[in-house]
Design a protein around this ligand. Structure first.
Ligand code: SF4
Length: 239
């Protein structure tokens, strides 16, 4: 997976640079729809070498950087975290987005403190996928053992939702977006795409989303919508 596109620039809605780094691998790995966690290595030196080269492309043009790594920020090696701090300082990044699974939520305050000391505000995104607890935990196996959206949101700033799955409806998807907007600063909607897992996209649900909800939220500055999981410009194959 080393020939993947790992740097991109998002020019619309919350403009920012984005890097796809590589870590030791998601510690959860149980989400039934996910094979992203295969982008990992248990060789921290190799990860750092790759990550340093990716981070070298950051210019700071918008003062905002999103770091994703097919897992949580705590899966990144120490040298890479030091390099992220250094690059933020050097390129005047003031807002830094990371991903984090629910299981690591208690590690977030220390991360915020560390980057605040460097003048950087950290925004943490959690993959909730849906606020329907039964669907989320029974079918998607997310490992978020609470129901209250406020409780889920408390340690985090942003959330991801996953649409295009069997059983979802206009009402359920809209309820998820509105709940996300009520409790988080920003919401990122991902549409399910075929991957190597046994969870498949439901074309009828995707059509429903595109017809009924995409027009409603397309221009909402607090909602990112990825109709394809490479829409942010990372994760695809390099040209
Ligand atoms: S926490 Fe994220 S990377 Fe880990 S298995 Fe779930 S969706 Fe995949």
């Amino acid at each position: 997976m080393s020939d993947m596109q790992r740097y991109s620039v998002i020019t619309e809605k919350n403009p920012r640079e984005i890097v796809l780094l590589r870590g030791a691998g998601c510690a959860w790995k149980k989400c039934t729809f996910c094979d992203y966690h295969l982008d990992c290595s248990d060789d921290p030196a190799a990860n750092f070498a790759l990550n340093r080269a990716v981070l070298a492309q950051v210019t700071g043009r918008y003062g905002r950087l999103e770091v994703i790594n097919s897992g949580s920020f705590c899966d990144l090696d120490g040298d890479t975290m030091n390099e992220i701090v250094r690059v933020c300082r050097e390129t005047n990044i003031r807002i830094l987005h990371f991903e984090c699974h629910w299981m690591h939520r208690r590690e977030i305050p220390a991360l915020r403190e560390r980057f605040a000391a460097a003048g950087v505000a950290v925004k943490i995104k959690i993959g909730v996928e849906t606020f329907d607890r039964d669907y989320r935990e029974t079918r998607l196996c997310k490992g978020i053992g609470v129901s209250d959206p406020a409780e889920i949101a408390a340690p985090f700033d942003e959330c991801c939702l996953l649409f295009g799955l069997a059983g979802q409806t206009v009402e359920s998807m809209q309820r998820d977006i509105e709940t996300g907007l009520a409790h988080f600063e920003r919401v990122c909607v991902n549409i399910m795409v075929e991957n190597s897992t046994s969870i498949h996209p439901d074309p009828a649900v995707i059509q429903t989303f595109v017809r009924e909800l995409y027009p409603v939220y397309r221009d909402n500055a607090r909602v990112d919508i990825l109709l394809n999981n490479t829409d942010f410009g990372v994760g695809g194959q390099e040209a």
